[in-house]
Design a protein around this ligand. Structure first.
Ligand SMILES: O=C(O)CCC(=O)C(=O)O
Ligand SMILES: [Fe+2]
Length: 364
């Protein structure tokens, strides 16, 4: 709840959800309030494990933030875009290619989508330690709230989810939590993201793709559900399904690092963003995320002591000796994404690039 002393952020007006009948993915809804006792965690672990082995995505409700608290974070999320002039944005642009890091702005048009068309979205990324870098003047009054938000997601969402995932592997509950220290060296960060409507020509040339199909490179991504449809996930049947908006819910998915740590048992599902349906086509689309990674020095090898992984046949992506650390993987993915010359394969639908010796696929 904004208190009387909280700095003013213009209210972000959230549009009505689409009325279009879309082909939605049927994802599990995890009630996180049940994770408070061991019995509840055991039950949720079964659901979460199942979800991560199939869709790689699930919803979380009862995560501890009221709708008003979430709304306030969306108001703040718009500040780096609406309240900062382009000259000042330039000073805080992320050095993605040089440093392999998104910290700061990812400017519009940085990524190539298709047929010479570049993206029309910008994001602003803030490490959970908000003091690590300087921020635009308009963002500074909100840093305390942004850090409190990061702490909330880290301890009340990320860690509980990681405990369920560890239980799903029959590991000690804190096996994954221990790799995700809030104060450790690592890049886990808050992202604000804004998509802008595009020209008809760009829509045609990209077949309506706004953000190409990709897997996230960390362990867990926490996405705050918002009403402008566009996010789709690639099902095991090869079909794209839409993600439905649920008021004040979170959409959680696994990234590469969790896939590596679980020998592929938990899936880093490919997802993308496409043009919203007709009744939402003139809207901007504002996103609020927490991208979690393990601590930088963690080597991304499977938990071979997991009785579950011993029972099922897993397919590690690397020989243990060649496995990258979290730091190497995130830097490699960040510096190459949307920049490297991709090689079209098959019918031109999948493109591949090699990062740290591993083939990474991009889907149109
Ligand atoms: O905007 C969205 O809904 C998803 C964005 C996304 O997949 C990403 O930033 O990695
Ligand atoms: Fe993503």
């Amino acid at each position: 709840m904004p208190s009387l002393t909280a700095p003013y952020a213009p209210p972000h007006l959230s549009p009505s959800p689409t009325q279009e009948k879309l082909d939605y993915a049927e994802l599990a809804v995890i009630d996180l309030s049940k994770a408070q006792d061991a019995q509840g965690r055991a039950e949720l672990a079964v659901q979460v494990s199942q979800a991560m082995q199939t869709h790689g995505f699930f919803y979380v409700v009862n995560h501890g933030y009221t709708s008003a608290q979430t709304d306030r974070m969306f108001d703040i999320a718009d500040v780096p875009f609406s309240a900062v002039e382009s000259d000042e944005k330039l000073l805080y642009t992320a050095k993605m290619k040089e440093n392999g890091s998104y910290q700061g702005y990812k400017p519009k048009s940085y990524w190539h989508i298709d047929n010479g068309v570049h993206d029309q979205l910008e994001h602003y990324n803030i490490n959970r330690d908000v003091t690590k870098r300087q921020h635009p003047e308009a963002v500074r009054p909100f840093l305390g709230e942004i850090e409190a938000f990061a702490r909330h997601v880290h301890f009340n969402v990320l860690h509980p989810v990681l405990r369920l995932l560890a239980l799903g592997l029959e590991l000690p509950e804190d096996a994954l939590v221990d790799l995700h220290g809030f104060s450790s060296v690592g890049e886990t960060y808050v992202r604000f993201m804004k998509y802008y409507p595009r020209s008809e020509e760009d829509e045609l040339k990209t077949k309506n793709v706004w953000l190409k199909g990709h897997s996230d490179f960390g362990t867990i991504t926490v996405l705050y559900s918002q009403p402008v449809a566009g996010l789709q996930i690639l099902g095991q049947d090869g079909q794209w399904k839409w993600i439905k908006h649920i008021e004040n819910a979170l959409v959680i998915n696994a990234g590469d690092a969790l896939e590596f740590l679980s020998g592929g048992y938990y899936r880093a599902t490919i997802h993308r963003v496409v043009q919203p349906p007709v009744d939402q086509q003139n809207y901007t689309r504002l996103g609020l995320f927490y991208f979690a990674m393990t601590d930088d020095q963690v080597k991304l090898v499977p938990f071979s002591e997991s009785p579950v992984l011993q029972r099922v046949s897993i397919t590690p992506r690397f020989n243990d000796a060649d496995a990258p650390t979290m730091e190497a993987w995130r830097k490699g993915r960040t510096s190459a994404y949307g920049q490297s010359q991709l090689k079209a394969t098959g019918e031109g639908k999948v493109e591949e690039e090699v990062i740290n010796g591993v083939v990474v696929k991009h889907y149109n």
